[in-house]
Design a protein around this ligand. Structure first.
Ligand SMILES: [Zn+2]
Length: 322
């Protein structure tokens, strides 16, 4: 996805990590001690995760900078190797991109669930972008190219796996990790550029994408139950003591603090531009052009060969398109 904003709330790393942890722990029916072991690992190793994030954000990996995408892949591959994953680089020459990092680790627990964890190595900031470096903005915030979309998510993914390993829970899962090198501008044909992802996802119990959410840590472990009614299911992905499960329709409204209406808050400098655009694109209430349905049904033939229903002639005041 394109980069909507570039600031990362650092505490998000710890919070968002709870998601796969909850899944894994549930899958194995582990107790609260293990959950605590996992969360304390995350807390204790936050600085390490941030250092890794800084390192990969400072490697330019615009989708078309193949060397950079491969370099970010190399750094993350080494981390996955340390966790005992079988890693491979899938070369992207046949779809005109750098390629993907694919990693697999078989669990030893009988009946271990298969999951696939998804991220991407590329960003929208190519080598010629002026935006290239990781920068701390304050005690809890940082900015940098691709920091949210989605090197931060890649680090969260990795941190979750490390925490599971440290707590002895990684063997309860059969994990595949796919970090694509061309999410922002997929190579063609898609059948080739997405084959590794499709293969890894076949038959899994859960696929978890680590791309950013609304950027607000309050929602990192909140599940909005939108599909209410017959046949609704609840499973390991949305239950457990770490989850805030919201079914009340009223409380699902406007989670980002807005009114719930289709509205947007603009910086003052954009308000004039918006007003001018609204004026320019305003429709004329006096015109009555034929609708698409009328054009499809009608008889009289217009000069350009289209037909229109009697009585639905375009008015003389209709704007001309150039
Ligand atoms: Zn993305």
């Amino acid at each position: 996805m394109p980069e909507p904003q570039h600031r990362l709330v650092l505490s998000l790393i710890a919070a968002a990590t709870l998601l796969p942890l909850a899944l894994a722990v549930r899958a194995a029916q582990r107790g609260p001690d293990q959950v605590r072991a996992i969360t304390s690992y995350v807390d204790a190793h936050n600085a390490e995760a941030l250092a890794l994030l800084e390192r990969i954000v400072n490697i330019n990996s615009g989708t078309r900078n193949f060397d950079g995408v491969r370099e970010v892949g190399r750094v993350l591959r080494a981390e996955l190797d340390k966790l005992g994953f079988m890693t491979s680089w899938v070369d992207g020459a046949s779809w005109q991109r750098a390629g993907h990092l694919v990693a697999r680790r078989a669990g030893s627990t009988p009946g271990a669930a298969r999951v696939v964890l998804i991220g991407h190595l590329d960003t929208v900031f190519e080598r010629d972008s002026p935006f290239q470096k990781f920068e701390r903005v304050g005690r809890t915030e940082a900015r940098g190219p691709g920091i949210i979309d989605m090197k931060g998510g890649d680090v969260v993914l990795l941190q979750a796996l490390k925490a599971l390993a440290a707590a002895g829970a990684l063997d309860d899962l059969n994990v595949s990790v796919v970090l694509t090198g061309d999410e922002e501008a997929p190579g063609r044909p898609l059948a080739a550029s997405r084959a590794a992802l499709v293969d890894a996802a076949r038959g899994v119990a859960a696929a978890i994408g680590f791309e950013d959410g609304p950027g607000d840590p309050r929602f990192a472990n909140t599940y909005f139950n939108m599909s209410q009614g017959a046949g609704e299911t609840r499973g390991s992905w949305n239950q457990g003591e770490n989850w805030d499960f919201v079914s009340d329709r009223e409380k699902q409204m406007a989670v980002d603090g807005g009114s719930g209406e289709a509205e947007v808050r603009l910086p003052a400098k954009d308000v004039d531009v918006l007003k001018q655009m609204a004026e320019r694109t305003m429709s004329d209430p006096n015109i009555d052009p034929p609708t698409g349905a009328e054009l499809g049904m009608g008889n009289p033939t217009l000069a350009d060969g289209m037909t229109v229903q009697p009585g639905a002639q375009p008015s003389p005041g209709a704007p001309k398109l150039h």
